[in-house]
Design a protein around this ligand. Structure first.
Ligand code: NAD
Length: 288
């Protein structure tokens, strides 16, 4: 079997186009331009790249972008007072604090300071609770992006066995909640799971969100399964340039799976597209 390659880049482009149309419509109907504020503390190079991409794509779809770059030594009080002012700013509909934060800042504490109605990352406990109890939360962007990619190849999720490897608050747990909400039978596997390959072989839908390069091999995958690879890992190459790979050995897994996301070009591009969609949704809710 040669798996269908699920093109996250093309899908993300479609989502961004839909968002741009929605932004125009909201401006026309209510005179409101959705605004996203991104707060970056420190100089982590990967975070700087993510933030630059977020700002560029926010502006490209017609939204306002507010960009706060703070020194690594920024105190908790200063950060919380910036969040407070963003909470109160009517031009800001979405607030994102780029993680990870420097060690002296507690990310939970900071996330809890964001108004849940502006928490477009979906990390506030109020949104997490809504997700697990069937409310209408802002859903974390990477898992909702994965779900949209999954539905493009597998519309019938109900009753399927889904295995999510990874239990982080950002990816694994919300991914499991989304699959459960779609009536899949969900297993969350993690670093202490016994015989992980055997657990994975039960999966009709396998999501890998671990951070271990090419850990998942073909013989971990049930023939015909759909595989979503969230991992982003840089590995060394002979030419010294290095390259990005996922948590799944793509070429190997493609011989067994029915459909699979590549890295790069899978869930990654969908993450920012879904952030923009959440920001538009927050702006719509603010006028309804
Ligand atoms: P994390 O480090 O918070 O969580 C990793 C999880 O993997 C943990 O729950 C841990 O229990 C589990 N784990 C670790 N080693 C394991 C092993 N040997 N076997 C089974 N489980 C194991 O990471 P995260 O923030 O959830 O991110 C996971 C990966 O996804 C990373 O590569 C990250 O870069 C990537 N990521 C991608 C996007 C995107 O936009 N595509 C977004 C967020 C994270």
């Amino acid at each position: 079997m040669t798996a269908t390659r699920i093109d996250g880049k093309a899908f993300a482009e479609k989502v961004r186009e839909e968002v741009a149309v929605g932004v125009k419509a909201l401006k026309a109907s209510h005179g409101v331009t959705p605004g996203l504020a991104v707060v970056l503390v420190g100089e982590d190079p990967a975070s700087q790249v993510y933030v630059r991409n977020k700002v560029r794509q926010t502006e490209a779809c017609g939204m306002q972008s507010f960009h706060h770059v703070l020194d690594t030594t920024t105190s908790r009080d200063s950060l919380l007072s910036i969040i407070e002012s963003l909470n109160a700013d009517p031009e800001v509909h979405g607030i994102l604090v780029q993680l990870p934060l420097p060690d002296h800042l507690d990310s939970r504490d900071v996330i809890e300071a964001i108004d849940p109605a502006k928490d477009v990352d979906g990390f506030h406990t109020s949104n997490v609770g809504e997700l697990w109890t069937g409310g209408e939360p802002f859903i974390p962007c990477t898992p909702i992006g994965c779900l949209r990619l999954l539905k493009s190849v597998e519309p019938n999720i109900a009753g399927k066995n889904a295995v999510v490897i990874g239990r982080s608050n950002i990816v694994g747990r919300p991914m499991a909640a989304l699959l459960l909400n779609e009536s899949a039978t969900v297993t969350i596997a993690h670093s202490k799971t016994k015989d992980l390959p055997a657990v994975c072989r039960q999966a009709d839908i396998l999501v890998a969100a671990v951070g271990r390069p090419q850990m998942v091999k073909a013989d971990w995958i049930k023939p015909g399964a759909v595989v979503l690879d969230v991992g982003i890992n840089r590995i060394e190459t002979e030419d010294g340039k290095g390259k990005l790979v996922g948590d799944v050995d793509f070429d190997d897994a493609s011989t067994v799976a029915s459909a699979i996301t590549p890295v790069p070009g899978g869930p990654g591009p969908m993450t920012i597209a879904c952030l923009l969609a959440n920001t538009l949704e927050a702006a719509k809710r603010s006028v309804s």
